[in-house]
Design a protein around this ligand. Structure first.
Ligand SMILES: Cc1cc2nc3c(=O)[nH]c(=O)nc-3n(C[C@H](O)[C@H](O)[C@H](O)COP(=O)(O)OP(=O)(O)OC[C@H]3O[C@@H](n4cnc5c(N)ncnc54)[C@H](O)[C@@H]3O)c2cc1C
Length: 437
């Protein structure tokens, strides 16, 4: 096509946009403020170890992301550890042990449900009724509302709320059920358990997040003549009536520009350009990850467990990942996750590390967890936007002259995820190609 495209931001959306544009024969220049690609899903080095800025889980239903990885030469079968859908709590006391067998859907769900330990028959029947109705109404709940209202309507018990729905909602939407969009939650459920069996698989990266997609995406584009400028912040974009320029490379002219930055930055760039603000956005929602390192012999025997958080006991962890079960070179390393972590904004890191070590020791009945060799806290204050009912998302195409948005906050049906970021990056380029036709 010989078109020149500027992409601002080399997160997963910007990288997906770059790969799509290059595949379609365009020349791409990517401007990235940081010295590393990946944005909110990237490698970070702690205590000499290549870790991630936060534990990520992909789903088998992430079709666009998995296709993109293949396109840039990453084999998802080796780069990701695939686990059947599961929710295991520490064994004592036996709160809930749920895992679906690798049988065809929906038999797998039914078998998982009826084989679950820790639920009584009433709860199992309430869950079976929930899924039967969801299928009957084709997962369409009509008017959107907070998820908690839907759970009440489906008569889900406090136990199911605490052990299943709340932790699932926090993990998928980074928003508590009292505020989260029931419609978006249902869409995630439908895509993961309502179709093919493999869609429900939980996929854990077995490399660092930058190596999983952003770095191979950069190599793919550079090998085909496109360029990435790291450490280059774009502060202004200009259209001179014919083409686009940026303050970061005033001599370079582009046929289109894709703003693949977080929305606050995109809004600033749009305002500077004189465009109307696309839409008011929900507040950002933080995710906190605490890494705790112990001797390599300490293990949980499974890649991850759900934890019951309890603010009254200063126990904040919602999930713990035994990294050594996923990557052997990380034996003895544990990542504990807190989603929608507003309450932790003012908690000091050293206190949070000590609280988390105590939580693990209590939950797993093992005092060895009390004394980590080291601990580090990563607070991502704007991990995603809160995913609220009846949200409206801004349009990807912002202007008939080749100005596009890309990013995880633009997907009409999904919460802020890697899949949303990748899908919207692809869509931004497809919209440009349509206009150019
Ligand atoms: C701790 C954590 C855990 C998460 N867990 C999951 C999970 O389990 N599963 C899942 O699917 N998703 C998860 N997410 C969400 C997922 O990481 C994001 O949805 C996704 O990474 C967003 O990608 P993006 O490209 O839209 O935006 P970003 O990653 O924010 O990329 C934007 C890029 O633009 C750059 N930039 C900003 N301003 C400028 C400028 N002026 N000039 C040039 N460059 C600029 C930034 O440096 C950045 O690289 C998690 C996020 C976090 C933080």
């Amino acid at each position: 096509m010989n078109k020149r495209i500027a992409i601002v931001g080399a997160g997963w959306a910007g990288c997906a946009a770059a790969v799509t544009a290059v595949r379609e024969g365009c020349h791409v220049t990517v401007f990235e403020a940081s010295h590393l690609a990946g944005g909110r899903a990237r490698k970070t080095v702690l205590e000499g170890m290549a870790l991630d800025n936060g534990q990520h889980i992909l789903l088998g239903a992430y079709r666009k992301t998995l296709e993109m990885m293949r396109e840039v030469g990453v084999d998802p079968d080796t780069a990701l550890v695939s686990l059947p859908l599961q929710m295991h709590y520490p064994p004592v006391p036996p709160l809930l042990q749920f895992e679906v067998p690798r049988w065809p859907a929906p038999l797998n769900l039914l078998a998982g449900l009826f084989g679950a330990k820790g639920l009584d028959w009433e709860d199992k029947l309430a869950l079976a009724r929930f899924f039967t109705i969801c299928r009957a109404i084709r997962w369409d709940i009509g008017e959107d509302r907070p998820l908690i209202r839907l759970l009440e309507q489906f008569r889900q018990s406090p136990k199911l709320y605490a052990l299943l729905w709340r932790p699932l909602c926090l993990a998928a939407l980074n928003t508590p059920p009292e505020q989260a969009s029931a419609r978006v939650f249902m869409r995630v459920l439908q895509d993961s358990i309502g179709k093919r069996r493999a869609d429900s698989d939980m996929l854990l990266p077995a490399t660092d997040l930058s190596a999983l997609f952003p770095e191979p995406a950069i190599r793919y584009c550079q090998d085909r003549g496109s360029e990435f400028r790291f450490g280059t912040t774009v502060r202004r974009i200009v259209h001179d009536g014919k083409s686009w320029t940026t303050d970061a490379a005033p001599q370079s002219r582009f046929d289109a520009i894709v703003l693949a930055t977080p929305p606050t930055v995109a809004w600033r760039l749009l305002a500077g350009f004189g465009a109307a603000e696309p839409a008011p956005l929900p507040a950002p929602s933080p995710i906190v990850t605490v890494y705790l390192k112990y001797p390599p012999s300490l293990t949980l025997g499974k890649p991850f467990f759900a934890l019951l958080d309890d603010s009254e006991r200063d126990e904040w962890g919602q999930y713990v990942f035994d990294r050594g079960q996923i990557m052997p070179e990380q034996q003895g390393l544990f990542a504990v996750i807190v989603s929608a972590a507003h309450a932790l904004a003012d908690v000091r890191s050293d206190r949070f590390i000590a609280d988390t070590a105590r939580q693990l020791a209590r939950c797993f009945g093992n005092d060895a967890f009390l004394h980590p060799l080291w601990g580090r806290v990563i607070m991502e204050k704007a991990a995603t936007l809160a995913c609220l009912p009846d949200r409206t998302v801004p349009a990807i195409r912002q202007d008939g002259r080749g100005l596009f948005l890309a990013g995880d906050y633009l997907h009409p049906a999904y919460p802020g995820t890697l899949e949303s970021a990748v899908s919207c990056g692809i869509q931004a380029i497809m919209a440009f190609l349509e206009d150019a036709d």
